[in-house]
Design a protein around this ligand. Sequence first.
Ligand code: ZN
Length: 293
Amino acid sequence: MRMDCHCKRTPCSHLPRAVLKACSFALASVLLLSCFPGCSRKKPEVPAETEAVEEIKRVEDVVLLPASPATGIGRVMPSASREREELVLIDPGHGFDDPGNGDAENSYWLDLPVREREVTMAVSKKLEAELQEQGFRTMMTHDGVNRPEYDWDQNWRFNPDERAAFINYIDPDYMVSIHVNSAASDACGAIVFYNLTSASKWNDWSKPAAEEIADAIDEFVLTSATTRTENETTYLDASHAVTRDTHAAGCLIEMGFATNETDAENMLNEDWQQSMAHAIAVGIARFFDGMEK
Ligand SMILES: [Zn+2]
């Protein structure tokens, strides 16, 4: 998506474009080879209209495509420690025939063999491991190769509406969709979008969870040695299908702008990706830690 800059501090720093390209190309090559990855709240009652499909929503019973490689897609993955009961569904933005952002005229990835699709998958795979480290059960909406075998209408394209349907089918405790932004301006920085509509049965979770994630990104990503981003993370109410049309609490995170030199470089940096994944996982964990059990 395109939007104006939300930078609150100084403008992002800039490296010579040639350095960026050389560095990014090497990182992109590695990436391409490797991934094509205090308040008190109570969980509300499940609304009556969802009871009819409650039986098939039991995630432990969902059997989808065989997981190969054996992470993520269509399978509930156990947490590292089994400390938590919550299931977090990770949605790597775009994928398959949809490359997402990165081919705009002013994109710093324009001449690189990488687009939003590859970056969201790389961060999502790191996020899955980080969430498991935090004790969550996890699931991926797709792994870039396999789509869930969830074809109720025999017309599976995995567009945002179908992702929303799949998210509702899985009914996770939290959903996080990972994306990369683009703008005509030099806008920069991460934005955590939540959506407050009647579609969500857990609306009261969405904003405070987004705030926790935004704070964690500021804590772990802005201060990372490999990161030169200088703006604060924003969290905003906005309308995206995966948050608007889903019952689960969740957010859509635009990690940075492919059209900003610093963001574009950071998002191809594996250390930065790891920091971002860690921050998102910690933010989600802190949110659930604040809930009344
Ligand atoms: Zn996107």
